[in-house]
Ligand binder design. Structure first.
Ligand code: NAP
Length: 309
C-alpha cells in the first residue's frame, strides 16, 4: 500500500478527497490517502504551501512532494525539503488562464470599456483595428504563457513571446534572455505577464522597462504581483505612458483597501481569480506522478531549485 498524505487546508481536502481516490482507483494504484500519518510512513505528500507541514525532515521515506499550486515561490526555498518537488501543471487551469487572458486582451483590443463604461448619449464611432494590426507580448512562455500566446495568435494577433531559454511556439515570434527583453517590450502594445516570482523576475517591470513599451500600452498581470514595481507602474499610468493595467495578483493579497490601485481610474483590480487548479484534472496529474514514482519513471513538472521555478 502506498501512503499519500494530503497536506492542505480542510476546504481543499473536501474538494480533493473523492476525485483523488477515484483517480487512484482508475490508475489501479492501491493507496491510503489521508490527512494524517506518522511522518515516517508517508510515501508522497500532496501539498499546498499554506498547509501546516513546513518541516519535511521527519518524512524520511517520502519520495516526492506534489504541489497543488502552480506557483512554488513560498516552498522552493524550504531547506528541509530535499526530495523532488513537482509543481502543478493542470490542463483545467491552463484552459482557465487562456480564457481569462484572451478576454482581457480582447477587451483592450476592442476598446470595450469606452462603450461599456460611458453611455452618455455621445455618438463617437471608434472602429477597432484587426487583431493582425495589434502587437501583443507575453512574458513567460511556460505551461501557461505558451498556451495563452498560442491562443492569442490563433485569433490573429501579432504575438511575441519571451522566456529564459529559446522556444518555438507556432504562430509566435519567440525571443529570450536579456537581449530579447527590450525588443519584446518595444513590441508590447498589450503586455501579458506570466512569469513566476523568482529573484530574477522580481521588479522586472520597473521604470526603465516600462519606458521601453510603446506609449499608450496596456498591461495584463495574472503572473505574480512582485513582477511589477508598483510605484513605477503608478507613475507610468499617471503620465499616460501606460494607458491601463489589469492586475490579478499583488505583493499583498488581499490588496489593502487603501492601495492606490483600487482608486486609480486606469487600473482594473481582479482578486486573484485568473485561473485555479481544477480538482478533477489536477487529481489525474497528481496520480500520474504517483504512478511514475512507483514505476521509477521520471516525474512530471519538477521544480528546478536553482532557478526557483
Ligand atoms: P512555468 O511553466 O514554470 O513557466 C515559467 C516561464 O517563465 C518559462 O517560460 C520560463 O522560461 C520563464 N521565466 C522564468 N524566469 C525567467 C527569467 N528570469 N527570464 C525570462 N523568462 C523567465 O510556469 P507556468 O505554469 O506557466 O506559470 C507561470 C506563473 O503563473 C506561475 O508561476 C504563477 O505565478 C502564475 N499563476 C497565476 C495564476 C492566477 O490565478 N493568477 C494561476 C496559476 C499560475 P523557460 O521556459 O526558459 O524556463
Amino acid at each position: 500500500m502506498i501512503n499519500i498524505l494530503f497536506a492542505a487546508t480542510e476546504e481543499r481536502w473536501a474538494d480533493y478527497e473523492a476525485p483523488l481516490k477515484r483517480a487512484l482507483a482508475d490508475a489501479g494504484l492501491a493507496a491510503n490517502l489521508r490527512q494524517d500519518f506518522p511522518p515516517e510512513d508517508v510515501d508522497y505528500i500532496v501539498y499546498a504551501p499554506n498547509s501546516a507541514v513546513q518541516d519535511f525532515t521527519p518524512y524520511t521515506r517520502c519520495k516526492a512532494v506534489l504541489n497543488i499550486w502552480a506557483g512554488v515561490e513560498s516552498i522552493v526555498g524550504n531547506t528541509t525539503l530535499n526530495i523532488p518537488l513537482a509543481r502543478m501543471v493542470d490542463p483545467g487551469m491552463t484552459q482557465g488562464m487562456i480564457e481569462w487572458v484572451l478576454g482581457h486582451v480582447m477587451r483592450y483590443h476592442l476598446g470595450m470599456d469606452r462603450n461599456i463604461l460611458v453611455q452618455d448619449g455621445t455618438w463617437e464611432p471608434h472602429v477597432p483595428p484587426l487583431a493582425a494590426e495589434r502587437r501583443v507580448t507575453v512574458l513567460g512562455m511556460g505551461a501557461l504563457g505558451s498556451a495563452c500566446a498560442r491562443a492569442i495568435a490563433q485569433v490573429g494577433f501579432d504575438v511575441t513571446g519571451w522566456s529564459r531559454s529559446p522556444k518555438t511556439v507556432e504562430g509566435v515570434s519567440c525571443l529570450h534572455g536579456d537581449d530579447g527583453l527590450a525588443e519584446a517590450l518595444e513590441r508590447a502594445y498589450i503586455l501579458v505577464l506570466l512569469l513566476p516570482k523568482t529573484a530574477a523576475t522580481e521588479n522586472l517591470l520597473n521604470t526603465e522597462r516600462l519606458a521601453q513599451m510603446p506609449k499608450g500600452a496596456m498591461i495584463i498581470n495574472p503572473g505574480r504581483g512582485p513582477l511589477i514595481d508598483d510605484d513605477a507602474l503608478l507613475a507610468a499610468l499617471n503620465s499616460d505612458h501606460i494607458a491601463h493595467a489589469t492586475l490579478d495578483v499583488f505583493r499583498i493579497e488581499p490588496l489593502p483597501a487603501d492601495h492606490p490601485y483600487w482608486a486609480h481610474p486606469n487600473v482594473t483590480v481582479t482578486p486573484h481569480i485568473a485561473s485555479e487548479t481544477r480538482v478533477s484534472t489536477a487529481s489525474q496529474v497528481i496520480v500520474e506522478n504517483v504512478r511514475r514514482g512507483e514505476t521509477g519513471e521520471p516525474l512530471l513538472h519538477l521544480v528546478d531549485r536553482s532557478s526557483g521555478y
